[in-house]
Design a protein around this ligand. Structure first.
Ligand SMILES: [Ca+2]
Ligand SMILES: [Ca+2]
Ligand SMILES: [Ca+2]
Ligand SMILES: [Ca+2]
Length: 365
């Protein structure tokens, strides 16, 4: 790869010139000039730092500095994409795509993402590198959507919470005996523990097909008409499962929807989680002694979410390296979903996005 020195000089001059006419807080104006962005996409295919370039990968850039500046172009055979003569501004970079990896004996389709900001302060670099992350290498049952914030309302209603699981693997998975837990700050501290019926690890009563979604409702109840005159809340009678604590006498039990039962001795509470901050764990059920937490080897998926960007990360990083949901509003009807069904890089900061409305049993566009 060869850089053109002339371009670097022109870019640097342009940078100095444009910065020269702007106050620090002022957003760049359309007539401030143009710029080029050259991005080298890198993909570490085997997590061993083996770089691979991907051709024809759509890369999107957009800026909040103006209304309509949004560009999509594709990488060349060196994994490079160029945006030339675009208005001077700070651009966000977004890749949300799929790649097909040829393993010789089979092809594997993997969802990938990359995101970043092309910072004006770094404009003297002629080529920026953007790392592509694959969310498909660790397949299995995933916590795909977390709908907890409550529908738009001003009387603190949030009882329409649900969680969506997704089987991103190519094989049938079984829910038999699995546990779904709310944790305190670590996998060592269980706050609530509910279990699917069946025998953990070996049971085959409750299959989840590859690509299938499973909806776990706080209550499999139709909140659509009763509470909000058909406008704001949702119908959870479509759920595949509901959480029931038989010691909570007020807990709704829909006879048509099977139950995850509370297994904590003496616990009277329903399964209910934080609206915009909490930790959820799906585990295989081989360890149900909750006193000392959930055995790390039994954890199938775990997600931390928090609306505050300054939230201190709690959950062990080998379960989740980040946290999703920054900026999510309580009582907004917003939901938190993986960018692509089952997409999991092991970092919820990257894997999840806030969506404006829940998607019960399907993936948002
Ligand atoms: Ca319930
Ligand atoms: Ca039920
Ligand atoms: Ca334990
Ligand atoms: Ca969904």
């Amino acid at each position: 790869m060869k850089f053109d020195n002339k371009n670097i000089i022109i870019l640097s001059l342009l940078f100095i010139m444009v910065i020269g006419c702007l106050n620090q807080d002022e957003i760049p104006q359309k007539n401030d000039g143009t710029m080029d962005i050259v991005l080298q996409t890198n993909f570490d295919i085997d997590s061993l730092n083996t770089k691979q370039y991907w051709t024809s990968l759509p890369v999107e850039i957009f800026t909040y500095n103006y209304n309509d500046y949004h560009y999509v172009d594709s990488t060349d055979s060196n994994g490079i994409v160029r945006f030339e003569n675009i208005p001077f501004a700070e651009y966000n970079i977004n890749i949300n795509s799929e790649i097909v990896v040829d393993y010789g004996t089979f092809l594997d389709t993997m969802p990938i993402v990359a995101s970043g900001v092309y910072n004006l302060n770094n404009m003297t670099d002629s080529v920026s590198t953007i790392e592509i992350l694959s969310g498909g290498s660790n397949k299995g049952l995933k916590i795909n959507e977390i709908y907890t914030a409550g529908p738009p309302n001003n009387f603190f209603f949030f009882y329409d919470q649900y969680f969506e699981l997704y089987n991103s693997s190519d094989e049938v998975k079984y829910l038999d005996g699995m546990i779904f837990c709310r944790m305190w700050t670590s996998i060592l501290e269980v706050t609530s523990i509910f279990q699917f019926p069946g025998i953990p690890l070996t049971g085959t009563e409750y299959p989840v097909e590859p690509g299938e979604f499973v909806v776990l409702a706080q209550d499999a109840y139709n909140y659509k008409d009763e509470i909000f005159n058909g406008k704001a809340s949702i119908d959870l009678t479509v759920a595949d499962w509901e959480f029931v604590n038989s010691l909570d006498f007020g807990d709704w039990d829909n006879p048509d929807v099977p139950n995850l039962e509370c297994i904590e001795v003496g616990e009277h509470r329903e399964f209910m989680v934080g609206l915009t901050m909490d930790i959820l764990i799906l585990a295989d059920g081989s360890d149900v002694n909750y006193i000392d937490g959930v055995d790390s080897m039994s954890v199938v998926d775990g997600v931390e979410y928090a609306s505050s960007a300054t939230h201190t990360k709690d959950l062990e990083s080998y379960v989740d390296r980040g946290f999703g949901g920054v900026g999510q509003q309580k009582y907004s009807g917003q939901s938190l979903e993986r960018k692509v069904a089952g997409f999991d890089t092991g970092n919820s900061t990257i894997d999840f996005e806030i969506i404006s409305a829940p998607t019960i049993g399907y993936q948002h566009e």
